[in-house]
Design a protein around this ligand. Structure first.
Ligand code: SER
Length: 876
């Protein structure tokens, strides 16, 4: 019997890992949010991501050693989830990091000590891989650890060289594997056979930087980045056949099985896959929402929506017929609240968002079923791949389901087209940066990694001299730029605020003797501030000293809008719901926009009250205070932090005592009275549970009112009316317009009927019958019917078909058959219903008179032609 490790729960494993590295001098840091600070990635996809700026040398490390249990989400392998033993969307990565401190020797020794002594993995079950020519790592495993050489496997670049993206920090790695079947011996094995081996710990020796051309250059420091999959270690220590059956996930699966009234170990393989997908995805969606993501059709919101829909669909396919997400989410919340208390704090928001999305999707599915029925009806022989893709993408119908249902009607699905649409979709989502890509900002980012951090002193100073560190033209570093050039300028220190936290960058000037650069925007690249502008006069070169001066009026406007945004959030919490939380914001010079999670719609009374409350706070002239303090202290004081935002250990707090306290890096007024006035412009829902308020404050209010006033004035001139008379005047005009339109319609119909009398002459004799097929321009359905009936009566033994386009995009058809025509087996209802199909529609009615309609107006001549032919054939 090979030796087995001792059982540990997932929570115990996480804690042991962190304790072990704490003992080895590592700072234990909290998991960063799933929403990364890094604009080049959509989600946090690796434990090292929050430390990327440190590895790149853009940010100083606060500690030499750190350890974390990091929440991660990867969706590139989503189709494999549930089908293999170890694929996940959400997972936790345990990591220990060295920022230029210890290197290979300690990393390997500690990984071994942790695995064998703390986790009790039997030594004879462990294997290690090393990068092909990493002799150092090979020697450490052989000599320091004493691992037999046949259990140290050299691997190539693809497997054992880890990089955070196409460019950036990277290095060779060494991975630890656990042998599930040591009885098979270590003579002849394939380390990549995952039915036998589990890779559970990756040690990356991060010592290079890869540039855009693929060249490696040594980093200033040698670093360590490791990752141990918590779920994998749990699988090993709990001796279960896959990650899903560990105590981190299985309770969710059991709950879903209970709701579906099936048993995990007795049900079909397909149902088991669905249960595993549910187990995996429910954790992902709970943590995404906990970190502030709401479902939408773009970016992270789309990832969330897609995951929720997959859960609902898999629920349906195992036989769950009622909403069940809240119930399974409760289990996931309970499983994670120990390690991530904010998940329980956000319980209500999580459950509300889930059930809202679930209900919506169930309705969508119902509509999808209808669409499928329509698609089947209009498809001949084959359902197009485009239709199948819409069904898949919009309504969540998997291809197999569409295929099965199509087969029942003898139809196939064009799979090639479907795949092509899928590929397009894949490219679209890749464009949303689901992988780490450091090349996005190109040379500026490269430059930022070579320049030290810009000192920002713009909270207290609005102008002073600064040294030019770098000048870029067309994104390239240059030694001299001249008048007319669009430039990007980096200074050693700056009073300019760079766009962040929703507030746009300052405007202003850089000037010197015979030099004027107009600054149009300021962006932050890592810790470097980049001033975007145009040289109006003179020349500029690195090393110059310039006077950097911000536009004070713009700054005052931004400050008014920023403080007003804080007041707005406070008013919403006070007057609407305590649970209101910020989902996004824009603080510009001319307006502010505030997006927020809100459990209900706002009424006009709500908006009035909010506006009055804010104007009251403004009038009360509260002093504002800003202070820098440790994050925990700020939280304890009750400062509002934004979910998903990554904060350092020291934070800046903006306090309007007694009214609002928020973590914020923006610029603010010194006293609320400076805001002057606050006015809401609009309030709308932007996605489910997320609302948006746009407003103006400070000098922007007057501008806004002037524009409005101008509109009222010119309307008054146009209507020759006083402002208060405009409204009644407009309603009268609308009423008149409506009446005139109705009269016009009536006249048109009368005209059509009058014209129709002449049509009798156009009837053809077919056998014993009179056949009349014609179009009657402009006639509405009712006059068309009257005309057809009259014509049929006039013609006696007759079949009359009339068609018209009463309004754009609409076809109207009518058939009037005499009894004798019915005796020939022709029914008006059936006949006209068939003809209407040509125009993309349908209809029917009684045997003697029947009406139908369609949408394809250009098909009307063809439809009439067909009707005529059919009548000629049948009445001969
Ligand atoms: N960055 C490495 C990985 O993701 C180790 O943490 O595997």
């Amino acid at each position: 019997m090979p030796a087995s490790p001792q059982f540990l729960t997932g929570n115990e494993i996480r804690q042991k890992f962190l304790d072990f590295y704490a003992k080895k001098g590592h700072h234990v840091l909290e998991s960063a949010s799933l929403i990364p600070d890094d604009p080049t990635v959509l989600l946090t996809i690796a434990g090292m991501l929050p430390f990327k700026p440190i590895f790149l040398g853009q940010e100083p490390a606060k500690y030499d050693r750190a350890t974390t249990s990091q929440k991660c989400i990867r969706t590139n392998d989503i189709e494999n989830v549930g089908r293999t033993a170890r694929h996940h969307t959400f997972f936790e990565m345990l990591g220990n990091f060295s920022f230029g401190d210890y290197f290979k020797k300690e990393a390997i020794a500690w990984a071994w000590e942790l695995s064998t002594e703390w986790f009790g993995l039997p030594k004879e079950r462990l294997f290690a891989t090393v990068y092909q020519d990493d002799e150092d790592a090979f020697a450490i495993w052989r000599d320091d650890i004493g691992l037999p050489t046949q259990r140290i496997i050299r691997m190539g670049e693809e497997d054992n060289f880890w990089a955070a993206g196409p460019t950036g920090p990277c290095g060779p790695c060494s991975e630890l594997y656990y042998d599930l079947h040591p009885d098979l011996g270590d003579e002849d094995f394939d380390i990549e056979d995952d039915s036998r081996f589990i890779e559970f710990y990756n040690l990356v020796f991060m010592e290079y930087n890869r540039d855009g051309e693929g060249h490696l250059s040594p980093l200033q420091k040698q670093n360590i980045d490791t990752g141990m999959g918590l779920e994998r270690m749990a699988q090993i220590l709990q001796q279960v056949p896959n990650n899903y059956e560990t105590d981190l996930i299985f309770p969710i699966i059991q709950k879903a099985a209970e709701i579906a009234e099936i048993q995990y170990d007795r049900t079909s393989d397909a149902n088991r896959v669905s249960l595993k997908v549910i187990g995996d995805h429910v954790r992902a969606v709970v943590h995404l929402i906990a970190d502030g993501v709401t479902a939408s059709n773009i970016g992270r919101g789309y990832v969330l929506r897609r995951l929720i829909r997959r859960v609902v669909r898999h629920g349906k396919s195992i036989g769950i017929s009622r909403p069940f997400l809240e119930d399974v989410a409760e289990i996931a919340i309970a499983l994670s609240e120990g390690a991530y208390p904010h998940v329980r704090e956000r319980e209500r928001a999580i459950k509300d968002e889930l059930s809202r999305e679930e209900t919506r999707f169930l309705e969508t599915l119902e509509r999808g079923e209808k669409m499928l029925a329509e698609v089947i009806e209009r498809s001949q022989g084959e359902i197009s791949g485009v239709d199948a893709f819409v069904l898949y993408d919009t309504y969540g119908f998997p291809l197999e389901l569409t295929q099965e249902m199509a087969a029942e009607y003898g139809l196939t699905v064009n799979q090639e087209q479907f795949e092509a649409e899928m590929e397009k979709q894949r490219q679209r989502s890749q464009a949303a940066h689901e992988t780490i890509d450091l090349t996005v900002q190109g040379s500026i980012e490269k430059l930022a990694s070579q320049i030290h951090a810009t000192e920002f002193t713009g909270y207290d100073h609005l102008a002073y001299d600064a040294k030019v560190e770098a000048v870029l033209v067309d994104g390239r570093s240059t030694e001299k730029a001249a008048a007319g050039d669009q430039v990007q300028v980096v200074l050693d220190r700056t009073p300019f605020y760079a766009e962040s936290g929703g507030q746009i960058g300052d405007r202003g000037y850089l000037s010197g003797e015979d030099l004027v650069v107009r600054v149009e925007d300021v962006q932050q690249e890592g810790h470097v501030f980049v001033h975007f502008g145009r040289i109006e006069r003179g020349t500029l070169q690195p090393g110059d000293t310039v006077n950097a001066q911000i536009d004070r009026a713009c700054r005052r406007r931004a400050a008014a809008h920023h403080t007003a945004t804080h007041l707005l959030q406070a008013a919403l919490k006070k007057l609407v719901d305590e649970s209101v939380s910020q989902a996004g914001s824009l603080v510009a010079f001319d307006r502010l926009r505030f997006d927020f999670n809100c459990p209900r719609q706002l009424t006009s009374e709500d908006l009035e009250q909010i506006e009055s409350q804010i104007n009251l706070w403004i009038a009360e002239a509260h002093d504002t205070q800003s202070a820098v303090m440790p994050f925990d202290e700020a939280k304890a004081k009750g400062a509002i932090a934004m979910f998903g935002e990554k904060y350092g250990s020291e934070v800046r707090v903006i306090d309007v005592p007694g009214v609002s306290m928020e973590l914020c890096g923006g610029t603010h007024v010194k006293n609320t009275a400076e805001i002057g006035l606050f006015k809401i412009i609009s309030e709308t829902g932007i996605s489910s549970g997320v609302r948006r308020i746009e407003a103006v404050a400070g000098p922007a209010v007057l501008e806004y009112l002037n524009v409005r006033d101008g509109i009222v004035r010119s309307l008054g001139e146009q209507f020759k009316a006083q402002p208060e008379e405009i409204l009644p005047r407009v309603s009268n005009l609308q009423k008149e317009l409506k009446e005139t339109r109705e009269e016009l319609e009536d006249t048109k119909a009368e005209l059509a009927i009058a014209k129709s009398d002449q049509l009798a002459n156009e009837a053809e004799t077919v056998g014993d019958f009179q056949v009349l097929v014609s179009s009657l321009e402009g006639a509405d359905p009712e006059s068309l019917k009257q005309a057809a009936t009259r014509l049929q009566q006039k013609l006696g033994k007759a079949a009359v078909i009339l068609g018209s386009v009463p309004t754009e995009g609409k076809v109207s058809l009518v058939a009037a058959f005499s009894e004798e025509v019915n005796q020939k087996g022709l029914q008006a209802g059936k006949f006209i219903g068939g003809i209407a199909k040509i125009c993309g529609g349908g209809g029917g009615g009684r045997p003697n008179v029947a009406q139908a309609g369609g949408r394809e107006t250009d098909k009307l001549p063809e439809a009439l032609e067909t009707a005529k032919k059919q009548l000629q054939e049948s009445l001969q």
